[in-house]
Design a protein around this ligand. Structure first.
Ligand code: PMP
Ligand code: GLN
Length: 393
């Protein structure tokens, strides 16, 4: 393994999902729903396979039907904010959001460039910045125990920008904290990006999972369309994480750059699933609000369960993750607030798997006592997990 990747080892998701299988535990670690997405979307994939649509290499940028569906979806949900893209030149279909992130960084970062990412950050960010030869510069979202939320210190963000900063890699709604950046925070980030002439890659895969208020795409802020690459994915919005269909929207020059990298990573992405996702993106509004309302109710079930079991809960306003602080559980259970040790022992102790947030931090000490639980599971499963955790105390 080369020096760029040596520090990363095996992803925590693979490690913890394997542990869940080995111990027969309830897996609230890796974020994937326990129920597949809509039947008609599955049928659409079967039809495409059967009719021979997409069984041979689809076009490099993605099939026109999906690119058009992506832009129509953007206009439906964000047209009132002035956001609109050209399906021919401003959309690239990728193998999940993961490839969109990798290809964007590989295309845009020069060796030595600094990339600012909000810490805790989704684990592929650090590895992809490293593969691109960039230097990651974490800006820490600060836990606010009094309000059960996280706060971005805008002065800290401003101070992190140097002459070597190439771009900001943003994520809202934010995994793992469940934070949704506010209009004011986004406006300030936009101002900073314009002032310092930075690009922004914004990972908005949880765009439809905002439980209070509305999702505001960063690209819709003044001066941002021309410098923003927006990433999303069918995995989250349609509950098909195994299909690996994602996309990037951005101005033509940026899309062309990302495509240059993508063509040598995967060349194209799975054909039949693209046809199915094109149909999924045209589902009525009620599908999208239904998904959000269902997950909001599940958030409430698991938040209450975790609080009842003695965790301090950071109540998420978006995503399907809850971050908790384990320290209130006491020194014996929480091993002095070591989330790693807690998560490694939890399957044997309680038959539940969770993710230690420290893996998402450069400042491990900042992340140590925090543990993430996924709530994209049936209510019965969430209640069973909460019951098992309560029995720990
Ligand atoms: N970004 C974030 C913030 C995520 O939580 C995830 C994954 N689950 C991804 C990207 C990757 O998405 P995909 O499965 O579409 O590659
Ligand atoms: N994004 C999901 C999570 O955060 C799963 C990611 C993965 O397995 N790579 O849990």
């Amino acid at each position: 393994l080369n020096r760029r990747l040596a520090e990363f080892g095996t992803t925590i998701f693979a490690e913890m999902s394997a542990l869940a299988v080995r111990t027969g535990s309830i897996n609230l670690g890796q974020g994937f729903p326990d129920a597949d997405g809509p039947e008609e979307v599955r049928e659409a994939a079967v039809r495409a396979l059967r009719d021979g649509r997409g069984n041979q290499y689809p076009p490099g940028p993605g099939i026109p039907e999906l690119r058009t569906a992506v832009t129509a979806h953007q206009e439906r949900f964000y047209g009132h904010l002035g956001l609109s893209y050209d399906p021919d030149t401003e959309v690239l279909v990728t193998a999940g959001a993961t490839e969109a992130i990798a290809a964007s960084l590989l295309a845009l970062v020069e060796p030595g460039d600094e990339v600012i990412a909000l810490e805790p950050y989704y684990d592929s960010y650090a590895a992809c910045i490293a593969m691109a030869g960039g230097q990651r510069v974490p800006v820490t979202l600060r836990a606010q125990p009094e309000s059960g939320s996280y706060r971005l210190d805008l002065d800290e963000l401003r101070d992190a920008v140097t002459d070597d900063t190439r771009l900001i890699l943003l994520n809202t709604p934010h995994n793992p904290t469940g934070t949704v950046l506010s209009r004011e925070e986004l406006a300030e980030i936009a101002r900073l990006a314009c002032e310092r002439n930075l690009l922004v890659i914004t990972d908005e895969v949880y765009e439809h999972l905002v439980f209070e208020g509305e999702h505001l795409p960063l690209a819709s802020f003044p001066g941002m369309r021309e410098r923003t690459l927006t990433i999303s994915s069918a995995g989250k919005t349609f509950s098909f994480t195994g299909w690996k269909v994602g996309w990037v929207t951005a101005p033509p020059e940026l899309i062309a750059a990302v495509r240059s990298a993508k063509q040598f990573l995967t060349y194209v992405s799975a054909g039949p699933f693209q046809y199915a996702v094109a149909e999924a993106l045209a589902l009525p509004d009620s599908y999208f609000t239904g998904l959000r309302d269902d997950l909001r109710a599940k958030r409430d079930v698991l938040s209450a369960g975790l609080a009842g079991a003695g965790f301090q809960v950071f109540r998420p306003t978006g995503t399907y993750f809850i971050t908790t602080d384990i320290r209130p559980l006491g020194a014996v259970l929480s091993k002095e607030g070591d989330g790693f040790a807690f998560c490694r022992a939890l399957p044997e102790r309680a038959g539940v798997v969770a993710i230690p947030n420290a893996v998402f931090y450069d400042h491990k000490d900042q992340g140590a006592p925090f543990v993430r639980f996924a709530f994209c599971k049936s209510v019965d499963v969430l209640e069973e997990a909460a019951g098992r955790l309560k029995a720990l105390a």
